[in-house]
Design a binder for this molecule. Structure first.
Ligand code: MN
Length: 365
């Protein structure tokens, strides 16, 4: 039994290779995201375009629990993770599809599979349903459908498609639907947009850091454009971008809002920082500064995550990472970051209380 339980706001599942080829009709099946191994490389193909090429060594860490719920629960218990938000893997690439029909078909079939694999298995899983980034009506329809299937979390990309910036009111029906349905919009870094890859000196670090700038843009657009102000019950979560940048961004936005007030539209009912501290949640794996965002800067919407099973994550050393991170940190802060910010946001039970046996596919409370 682990020394301390934690909830993970950021984990991933590996989809079956034939998820879309089996579930979608041709020609959609052929155009859905897929990966292929060629020698020492794994390539990812989306709608006929090669979007990514990784050395096998990079994608190598794939414990059995990454593929299915049963083995996954074993890893969770062993690592000391109670509940977790589960994002897709191959499914993250659906944000690069430009055909609304194809993306909606991929979303529906992924979400149906996710329901069978995770939602029905244990309340400890908080899988994020995939929504279309291309068509607001499609996204709203799938939000309602998956909410009825028991989902609370909804996955969106941090880079929106061209012409669909997050400060645009064309998104309002989705913000309204999420707000009314009590669904959490979960934006995961490194998703959407054109993958620009640096290959020169420092490329590995540059490419990793690049994924975090769109996260800042997402928050900026949602706050400045008034979405969080118009929908005060809306909760948004930026996964895997760390947390200590949030107070700095909030300061920057307050400065603009105050000093450039003569140019600011729309006016907000409170300062940008107030909206951010109220409605924007974030997650980190290793950042010591994320804990200081809570302790020193008073930003409390901070969650920790394993990023299981990725290289950036903490598997298989989760308990060691937790011990190092929280050594000397007051218990109340540790509990907030590793347990209660998560359970308050997603409505999950405390460690040891799993209502899975009662599960009948209805929405969690
Ligand atoms: Mn992640």
């Amino acid at each position: 039994m682990p020394l301390r339980w934690a909830n993970s706001a950021d984990s991933h599942i590996l989809e079956p290779d034939d998820l879309w080829t089996e579930s979608l009709p041709e020609p959609l099946a052929r155009r859905a995201p897929r990966s292929e191994r060629h020698g020492e490389q794994e390539i990812t193909i989306v709608d006929g375009q090669l979007v990514r090429r990784d050395p096998i060594a990079f994608v190598g860490l794939r414990p059995p629990g990454a593929h299915n719920a049963k083995d996954r629960l074993v890893d969770l218990d062993e690592q000391g993770v109670w509940s977790e938000v589960v994002f897709p893997s191959l499914g993250m690439w659906t944000a690069m599809i430009s055909d609304p029909e194809l993306v909606q078909a991929c979303c529906r079939s992924y979400n149906d599979w996710l329901r069978d694999e995770l939602v029905r298995t244990s309340h400890r899983f908080v899988p994020a349903a995939m929504l279309s980034m291309l068509d607001t009506d499609d996204a709203v329809a799938e939000l309602h459908r998956t909410r009825d299937l028991g989902f609370t979390a909804m996955f969106l990309a941090t880079t929106p498609p061209p012409g669909r910036d997050f400060n645009d009111e064309l998104w309002d029906p989705l913000w309204a639907a999420a707000s009314e349905a009590g669904a959490v919009l979960c934006f995961h870094v490194g998703t959407g947009g054109v993958q620009k890859v640096a290959r020169g000196p420092g490329g590995a670090v540059i490419n990793y850091v690049e994924t975090f700038f769109p996260a800042q843009r997402t928050v900026t657009h949602l706050v400045a454009g008034g979405a969080l102000d118009r929908y005060p019950a809306l909760r948004v979560f930026i996964a895997e971008a760390g947390a200590s940048w949030v107070p700095a961004l909030a300061d920057r936005m307050d400065e603009a809002y105050r000093q450039h007030h003569m140019f600011v539209r729309p006016p907000l009912s409170m300062l940008p920082s107030d909206l951010i501290y109220r409605q924007v949640y974030t997650s980190f794996q290793h950042d010591r500064t994320a804990i200081q965002a809570v302790m020193a800067m008073g930003y409390e919407r901070v969650m920790w995550g394993t990023d299981y099973p990725h290289l950036e994550g903490t598997y298989p050393d989760t308990q060691r990472v937790l011990a190092e991170l929280f050594d000397g940190v007051p218990d109340a802060v540790r509990e907030l970051i590793t347990l209660t910010a998560f359970s308050d946001l997603f409505g999950t039970a405390p460690p040891g209380e799993d209502a899975s046996a009662d599960r009948d596919g209805t929405a969690p409370g």
